[in-house]
Design a protein around this ligand. Structure first.
Ligand SMILES: C[S@@+](CC[C@H](N)C(=O)[O-])C[C@H]1O[C@@H](n2cnc3c(N)ncnc32)[C@H](O)[C@@H]1O
Length: 258
């Protein structure tokens, strides 16, 4: 490991105990939720409901894992689908260059795909996603992510893939996320990640979720905690959280170790 990497690891470790830094991140986060900051961004032109820090974390994970399939629950406007599909396109280009071949690999030749599942794919979003240049790498499925028929369909599609990342960002109740984890996390390949978004719900005041079925005590984080009791092959990657500090997924980046 080179000096630059060593210093980075040390710096990230120190953040874990840097109270002033942690407090300021927490303060920023609270204010950002009030001002609906997560709705400010887009990915290649499509609105993405994420924080830039988590978008960077996804970019790092995708480069590290080099997946051939990304499975996502929760499409909304399609921003995360498009961003992840664009990363798959970049992987194809990089691998073509590494092999000394043609960098203009046709999307139709590429096996890499993103599968997106949403209970309600609004027609204007569907149309915009289908007419985006990244569309050929995207497979959308409408239905509840915990419907056994949808799970069966996704498992069938995933069968031929070897390096799989899973992202869960749909209904954020404990029971729903736990069902999603049981259904989709086992598809995560060894060395890859299952990312559970909005675990941060657990760390925010109850009053923020008066109009939602989820909230502290009934959140993606409580689902992760219960899931990890039985699925020992997964471990929280704490370094990702310590590096981001501002994230919707504290304790939500789950690495599959075996
Ligand atoms: C937070 S948004 C997803 C944001 C998107 N991943 C992004 O980064 O832009 C949540 C989405 O989950 C969908 N959803 C809610 N319940 C669901 C369910 N039971 N199954 C699948 N999707 C669901 C909603 O329709 C909504 O589009």
């Amino acid at each position: 490991m080179n000096q630059f990497e060593k210093e980075k690891i040390d710096r990230i470790k120190k953040s874990e105990n840097n109270k002033a830094f942690l407090d300021s991140a927490k303060y920023f986060f609270l204010e950002s939720v009030i001002s609906k900051y997560s709705y400010n961004f887009s990915a290649l032109g499509r609105p993405i409901i994420q924080y830039p820090q988590d978008m960077v974390a996804m970019q790092e994970i995708i480069w590290k894992v080099r997946p051939d399939l990304i499975i996502e629950t929760g499409i909304a406007h399609g921003g995360s689908l498009i961003m992840n599909a664009s990363m798959l396109a970049l992987l194809d280009i990089c691998e073509a260059i590494e092999l000394g071949g043609d960098t203009m690999i046709s999307p139709k030749e590429s096996k890499r795909k993103v599968i997106g599942i949403d209970i309600d794919i609004r027609s204007h979003n569907k149309k915009a996603i289908e007419s985006h240049p990244m569309a050929s790498r995207i497979h959308m499925i409408q239905g509840s992510s915990i419907d056994p028929l949808i799970i069966k369909k996704v498992k069938k599609l995933a069968y031929d893939y070897k390096r799989i990342i899973v992202c869960l960002d749909s209904n954020h109740t404990h029971s729903h996320v736990l069902e999603e984890l049981k259904a989709y996390a086992p598809l995560t390949s060894v060395g890859s990640y299952c990312v559970v978004f909005d675990t941060v719900v657990e760390d925010l005041p109850h009053k923020f979720f008066d109009d939602r079925p989820w909230g502290p005590g009934n959140s993606p984080k409580t689902a992760v905690q219960e899931f990890l009791k039985n699925f020992k092959e997964f471990e929280i990657d704490k370094d990702i959280c310590n590096k981001l500090l501002i994230t919707v997924a504290p304790e939500g980046y789950l690495r599959r170790n075996k």
